[in-house]
Design a protein around this ligand. Sequence first.
Ligand SMILES: Nc1ncnc2c1ncn2[C@@H]1O[C@H](COP(=O)(O)OP(=O)(O)OP(=O)(O)O)[C@@H](O)[C@H]1O
Ligand SMILES: [Mg+2]
Length: 234
Amino acid sequence: MIELQNVTLTFPDGDNRIMAVDDLTLRGGDGVVTGITGPSGSGKSSILAVAATLIRPDSGGVLIGSDADAIDGAQLSKGEATALRRERIGIVFQQSNLLPTLTAREQLQVMARLGGAAGRGRKAEIDGRVDELLDAVGLAAHAGKRPHQLSGGERQRVAIARALVHNPEVLLVDEPTSALDQERGAEIMQLIARLTHERDTATLLVTHDLVHRDALDELVTVVDGRIAQPALAV
Ligand SMILES: Nc1ncnc2c1ncn2[C@@H]1O[C@H](COP(=O)(O)OP(=O)(O)OP(=O)(O)O)[C@@H](O)[C@H]1O
Ligand SMILES: [Mg+2]
C-alpha cells in the first residue's frame, strides 16, 4: 500500500513559489493499478516524484507498507530514502533510462544486486529471478541484446522488468506509453496490469492518454495539484 497524505509540494519561481501539489491525499492499494491523469502541468510527475521519495514534500506524508508498520517516506534522510527505494519501490520513468552498454539481462542483474550484498550464494538466485522476469515480460529471446538493438516497446518492457526485479511493494510508472504506437501502448498497459495483479504491487501509473483506461483499476484526475474527482472504478 502507498498513501500520500495531505502532500503539498512547491517549487521556487522567482520571488514566488509554484504550487505543484496542493494538499493532496491519494491511496494506492495492493494489487491495484491506480491511474493518475490530468492536464499537462497539473502535478502528475511531481506526485510520482514525491511517492518515489525522490523529492521531499513541503508537508504531508508518504506512507509505504501495511497500516500497522507503514514507513513515512517523507520523514527519511536521503540515505534512508535511497535504501527504501532499492528495497521497496520500483520506478519506470517516461524515458526508459536503460544503460546503453548493458544487455537486457545485465540491466536487471545490476539492479537486483544493488538491493543488497550479492554474495556468491545469491548470484544463482538473482540470475534465476532475472530470467523469470524477462520471460514474464516476453523478452527471454532478447535477454542478450543492448538497448539500441531493441524497439521502443521492448526497451519499455526491460525497464518494467528492471523496476520489479527486487520485488517492490510499490511500482511507480510515468507515461509508459508516450513513445509507443497504440497497439504497443496497449500491450505495455496490459503487462503492467497483469504484473500488478500477480505480484500484488501497489501501482501508481501516470497517463494523460485515456485510450488505455481499461488497464486501470482506479482512476483519479489531478487538476492544479489536487484531485478533481474521487477515485472511480473504471
Ligand atoms: N523542478 C521543477 N522546478 C520548478 N518547477 C517545476 C519543477 N518540476 C515541475 N515544476 C512545475 O510544477 C508544476 C507541475 O509539474 P509536473 O511535471 O508535475 O506536471 P505534469 O502533470 O507531470 O505535466 P506533464 O503532463 O506535462 O508531464 C508545473 O507548473 C511545472 O512547471
Ligand atoms: Mg509529467
